[in-house]
Design a protein around this ligand. Sequence first.
Ligand SMILES: Nc1ncnc2c1ncn2[C@@H]1O[C@H](COP(=O)(O)OP(=O)(O)OP(=O)(O)O)[C@@H](O)[C@H]1O
Ligand SMILES: [Mg+2]
Length: 509
Amino acid sequence: MSAPIRLAKASQVVEGSPAVVGKDVLELLSTAMYVDPLTIYREYVQNAADAIDQARAGGHDAGRIAIVLDAAARTASIRDDGAGIPASDFRRVLTSVGASAKRGTEARGFRGVGRLSGLAYARSLSFQSRAAGEARVSTMTWNCQALRTALRDTADTRDLAAIIDAITTTTITDEAGDPYFEVRLEGVARQGDDRVMSPGAVADYLSEIAPVPLDTSFSHGAAIAERLGGTVALGDLTITINGGEPVMRPFRDELPVDGGRPLRLREIAFVEVPSIDGGIAAVGWIAHHDYEGAIHPSTHVRGLRVRAGDVQVGEAGVLADVFPESRFDAWTVGEVHVLDARIVPNGRRDDFERNVHLANLKNHLAPLGRDVANRCRTSSRDRKRLRDLELEQAAAREGLAVLAQGGLNAAGRDRMALGVELSLMRAEKLLGEPDLVDGSNSGDRGEVARLRSELEQLAGADAPAASPLDRLSPDRREFYEEMFSLIYDCSANRSAAKSLVDRIMAKVA
Ligand SMILES: Nc1ncnc2c1ncn2[C@@H]1O[C@H](COP(=O)(O)OP(=O)(O)OP(=O)(O)O)[C@@H](O)[C@H]1O
Ligand SMILES: [Mg+2]
């Protein structure tokens, strides 16, 4: 016989079934709530993490989560070795909607709805568990199809409790063994690029959001663990997908970028945010890099991320408004661990509830945001300066080549020499500006000096350089010099003009 179903809002628990809760509530919680189907893994991993903490608090060894995806069979399962749910509580706990016993505890969950996220994406959803110290396995299956039919049917006037009762079945069998909890989705719906069934996509997603260790090859990992370890319980779960290597956080010293230069995380800066009444609201770190532009999403480290209980809340962009311009969030690598329980994730866990504690956090992060923005701006200014320098050098080289060609009359030569002089002056000015990227301009200094001495040789001497036109009569020479000056004056492309003049000179001189 099934136990009475508990329905509650927030922390209020209503025993039995007197409360009439419209069935739309379930629709809201299970279907409309999560935009990205991958979030089901976040909810199940988060539940597993809470159960693992509970097992560890009881002195048990726990910490493994095995995910098995079978795209052909359209099944997915998430199994942990945490505390499990005792058989006597099993049906009550798993049919309650919004009555989390975790509220007010250290646990990550608190709304009592996360486990329902799978309802939207499968034909059936089942939970199975054996609690520590028990020799019984309880299984509950939700018939998601029947649930959807009931929710859609406007003639169906049953309330939520009656519907849940009708579409769930619970069994208990005797079976000794280690404690576990397993979620199993069957008949997983195919959505878009089917990332829910892709081991690679699920691993990438979990590497960003789950409480898994930093990769050992990340050389700043030790400093981060040392600095934050005393304040934050950094996750150490072993999560495997289809028996593969355990999932690690995505940070590495060097991250490959699809079709671009790798991202190098060079230096770590730490931040600690006080709460408004004394304690620590949050701690975090930023990895400085070359700030060459917005970080490519394929690195999985783009944006200042936020974590609560070492599970990511939302995605990149949650803290975008701590930057003077929100676009700089995408240039940032770092994470902030929220410690103050009054900074509360919203129901979808894609952002935080707006309150004074969140505002305090953002205010304290603003100087960090300004620092990053300055680094981004300086580095893009540096790059623009280098580009301008290159253009000036190229213009000077072209002008010098025209002078060396010897096809211009005195006035034309003067104009050309003046053009080269201006380019070199602009190049020297760019080189003289202070914080041009370190070390990158010594070669440029040498090159500009060389171009200047070339200019002095070609234009400074009283007599012009020897020219193929020397062999022509003064009249013809004057004519060609006039014509070449016109060609240079009228042509938009100086190097094309020069090769035209070269060809004409080869013919006439
Ligand atoms: N892996 C698990 N191991 C043990 N108990 C679990 C597990 N998953 C869920 N439970 C139990 O089921 C309850 C409901 O889970 P659910 O995810 O719906 O809500 P929650 O975790 O309490 O809050 P939230 O909605 O914020 O996630 C949990 O409070 C916990 O008691
Ligand atoms: Mg949960």
